[in-house]
Ligand binder design. Structure first.
Ligand SMILES: [Cu+2]
Length: 180
């Protein structure tokens, strides 16, 4: 009776052991890249309509130069569009001089994503085409603050300061509203 229990335990622990080893081998290569991210920050910005409010979340995000941000359509109809004079609604340019402007166009399908890679350092302000005048705006800092948006607020409302974004890595929409 006792002996059979021991054998059973040995058997199951051996099987468990081999499973764990396989898992380790697969997981190891991905762990270095996940530790280079800022604590608690990810490179995803959600576009949301909830309780009659439309917003980007986080409203402020820091990334390193060369990183890609994924904008995800959660609910509603939205765009992620840089304040750049090339776009009709942007009354001023609020991204660094040498930066590539970006515009997702209005996205209506839930779950759809738009990606943009940010190579030029500085402060980037952007808006949502349908909700710009209602203050659906947000800010990114790539590497370090700079450019025309660095020390001022967009014409459509307020976003976290460049320094707040540098300090926190990511400022959620909820956090930002509670601090105002
Ligand atoms: Cu919107």
């Amino acid at each position: 009776m006792q002996r059979r229990t021991v054998i059973k335990l040995l058997g199951s622990s051996m099987m468990g052991g081999s499973t764990t080893l396989t898992g380790c081998t697969r997981l190891n290569p991905s762990s270095p890249s996940s530790t280079t991210n800022q604590p608690g920050a990810s490179n995803t910005v959600k576009m949301v309509t909830k309780d009659q409010q439309s917003f980007f979340d986080p409203i402020g995000l820091f990334v390193d130069p060369g990183e890609t941000i994924t904008f995800v359509m959660k609910s509603g109809n939205h765009s992620a569009t840089a304040y750049h004079r090339r776009y009709d609604l942007a009354e001023e340019t609020r991204i660094p001089k040498k930066a590539d402007p970006f515009d997702s166009g209005v996205i209506i399908e839930q779950g759809k994503t738009f990606k943009h890679t940010f190579d030029t350092k500085g402060t980037y302000d952007y808006y949502c085409i349908p909700h710009k005048t209602m203050g659906m705006i947000a800010r990114l800092v790539v590497g370090k603050p700079g450019g025309p948006a660095k020390g001022s607020m967009p014409p459509d409302g307020t976003v976290p300061t460049s320094q707040q974004i540098v300090n926190k890595g990511a400022v959620s929409y909820k956090q930002f509203n509670e601090s105002r």
